[in-house]
Design a protein around this ligand. Structure first.
Ligand code: SAH
Length: 322
């Protein structure tokens, strides 16, 4: 069976809610593919290439993962959702059926060529009046339609944008695949909830999205430069395991990778992670505070820790999941 029904039945089989699975029935995935692919692939539960032009390419994520993201943020009729990394618009079209006529999907894509294909196909196959597709850098979100009940990011980013935090409504949720591991290909995907001034969440999925360009994909590079400018001798002070390191990367949003070393630098201190040891120098007050919390918790693995931070990343929150 090579039709949306195949995806629908697969999704029901793995426990996706009917309201979400049904939306996949209504969108012809083959119309959102701008490369040659056989229909069997298109209606499988695979991520597929949808657009390729020189260096520019876009993919449609695995349907079951998209459905799980929708479930994680509690997507339902009447909600307003922001998607970052719109691609050829397939997922946006599916979400427009989940939120219905009283809801709204706003989707942002940065590559102009991908945008023009998406706009054409969306006009034909998703013209429901509840989907706004915008060409631009997703880092800035889209303030005009905020606040959003949910934000779904379908591209791997170096950081959680402060604009998303502003544009998410209180108690709204967002799913964010983060470029933090040295292994490069896989990303821990976090589900965060806004609670007043704080954003709290935990790891929910391990994914392999395309890496973001523009402002969402340049922070780690900038950190490398900053790191080189801080001049002091590192002292061997702290030890932590890999999961501890990952938590810190996410807490700070400042960690990057530099020739096999993990680095943290915020202009006042630097820390290098090498051979399972942290070398710290400078004040590093924030880093030390986070590390002492982790030590107290005995380095639980990332998916068992609730983490949080405020928009300026001056306050951190860590606790073991109850
Ligand atoms: N949700 C899409 C999947 C898109 S793949 C779908 O269902 O088809 C990720 C997309 O993110 C790519 O098209 C890529 O061009 C886009 N992207 C990369 N960096 C971006 C940025 N800074 N802002 C917005 N989109 C970005």
């Amino acid at each position: 069976m090579s039709s949306p029904k195949r995806i629908y039945e697969y999704l029901l089989g793995i426990g996706i809610k009917k309201e979400i699975a049904e939306a996949f029935l209504k969108v012809p995935r083959e119309r959102f593919v701008f490369v040659d692919l056989n229909p069997d692939r298109i209606y499988s539960d695979d991520a597929i290439l949808t657009f390729k032009d020189g260096e520019i390419y876009s993919t449609s994520s695995q349907p079951s993962l998209m459905a799980e993201f929708m479930q994680e943020v509690g997507l339902k009729k009447g909600m307003k959702v922001l998607e970052i990394g719109g691609g050829t618009g397939y997922n946006a079209a599916v979400m427009s059926h989940v939120v219905g006529d009283d809801g709204l999907v706003v989707s942002v894509e940065s590559e102009e060529k991908v945008c023009s294909c998406a706009k054409r196909v969306l006009a034909e196959h998703a013209d429901k009046g509840n989907l706004i597709y915008i060409c631009g850098d997703g880092y800035y979100g889209v303030e005009e339609y905020s606040p959003y009940d949910a934000i779904i990011v379908t591209v791997a980013v170096d950081e959680v944008s402060p604009y998303w935090i502003d544009q998410l409504r209180d108690f709204g949720r967002m799913v964010v695949p983060m470029n933090v591991f040295s292994i490069g290909f896989y990303q821990p995907t976090m589900v965060f909830r806004k609670e007043g001034e704080m954003i709290k969440g935990r790891m929910r999925f391990v994914t392999s999205f395309l890496k973001a360009g523009g402002r969402l994909g340049c922070r780690n590079e900038k950190v490398k430069e900053l790191f080189g400018k801080i001049d002091c001798e590192p002292s061997e002070k702290l030890y932590m395991d890999r999961s501890g390191m990952s938590i810190l990367e996410i807490l700070t949003g400042f960690i990057g990778k530099n020739r096999g070393f993990y680095i943290y630098a915020d202009g006042f201190c630097k820390a290098i992670y090498k051979f399972e040891k942290w070398h710290l120098c400078g004040g590093c007050e924030r880093l030390e505070r986070a590390v002492s919390l982790l030590e107290r918790e005995g380095f639980p693995s990332l998916d068992r820790v609730l983490i949080g931070f405020n928009k300026d990343r001056t306050e951190f929150y860590l606790s073991r999941e109850g």
